[in-house]
Design a protein around this ligand. Structure first.
Ligand SMILES: C[S@@+](CC[C@H](N)C(=O)[O-])C[C@H]1O[C@@H](n2cnc3c(N)ncnc32)[C@H](O)[C@@H]1O
Length: 272
């Protein structure tokens, strides 16, 4: 396990993923019934952008660094939360900040050092369980939740090309156990073929109500660069497209450099 998220914290891909995550949780919280959140690839929880790995790569300067001052209105909720939380919040910190008293969260992290950091962050938090556990195994072990409603966030590191097929089968296995759950899976767009195959594999599972939200900062043709990223949603909450497309457009306008292929899209992969 070589991947350390600290090098990439707050980059454009994190902004896209976390802005969508905030919207999803708010949407699920329109109903009062308690929620379960499963963060299958949690990382360490929060990141100091001015020290250590994030300060060495400075990826955040092309991401959250361009949004904090004068955030575009569709991103105001996400940016407001980032400002409130201090250090740049990863997915577990964002989700935790939004949980209501009866909601619960489970976070899985496989890296032996990162899970220790995450455990320390949530020490004494009775609403959050931190597992040193493989994400793909956790989908089978922790679903369906007692609450019978909630969100599963899958955010693999994509260290090797096999992870697209692992993600597709993980989604299918999770959905088989928790059919009405909202599943959100992040994926990279370096070149076009792997993400296209991933979406076509998901379509072929027969799972209904799938959409893909994508943000490209340039044509995805260079396999050595993160040119864009996507979030695949199963059971997207009501108004996903109407509300999230303006967020993606705002990210494209603020974070893009007017390169060919810049795009923000939401596409339906399978019917409701
Ligand atoms: C992209 S990062 C997660 C970032 C986090 N979701 C966020 O938004 O702040 C992926 C994380 O998954 C962990 N990881 C890798 N393989 C895993 C597995 N099979 N099960 C659980 N965690 C894994 C890595 O150590 C890394 O911390």
């Amino acid at each position: 396990m070589n991947y350390r998220h600290a090098f990439h914290a707050g980059n454009f891909a994190d902004c896209m993923k976390h802005a969508v995550l905030v919207w999803l949780l708010r949407a699920l919280m329109r109903k009062p019934a308690p929620l379960f959140v499963l963060d299958t690839h949690a990382g360490v929880g929060r990141y100091d952008l001015n020290d250590g790995p994030a300060a060495r790569t400075c990826e955040w300067q092309q991401g959250i660094g361009k949004l904090l001052d004068d955030p575009p209105p569709p991103l105001a909720d996400y940016i407001g939360l980032v400002r409130t939380l201090g250090l740049y919040p990863g997915s577990p910190a964002i989700a935790r900040a939004l949980l209501r008293a009866d909601d619960r969260m489970a976070c899985c992290e496989l890296h032996p050092d990162d899970v220790v950091t995450l455990r320390r962050y949530f020490a004494r938090d009775r609403q959050v369980a931190v597992h040193h556990r493989d994400a793909w195994e956790a989908l089978r072990a922790l679903l369906p939740p007692q609450q019978r409603r909630g969100l599963v966030l899958l955010d693999p590191p994509f260290e090797d090309p096999q992870e697209f097929s692992q993600l597709a089968s993980g989604l299918a296995a999770g959905h088989a156990r928790f059919g009405n759950g909202v599943f959100a899976a992040w994926y990279p767009m370096k070149h076009r073929a792997p993400s296209r195959k991933f979406l076509s594999d998901l379509h072929d599972t027969g799972i209904r109500d799938i959409v893909a939200a994508e943000l490209c900062l340039r044509e995805p043709v260079d396999p050595a660069r993160l040119n864009g990223c996507g979030m695949l949603l199963i059971n997207p909450p009501y108004r996903f497209e109407q509300d999230v497309l303006p967020m993606l457009n705002a990210l494209r306008d603020r974070l893009g450099n007017r390169e060919a292929g810049e795009a923000a899209t939401i596409r339906r992969i399978s019917d409701e």
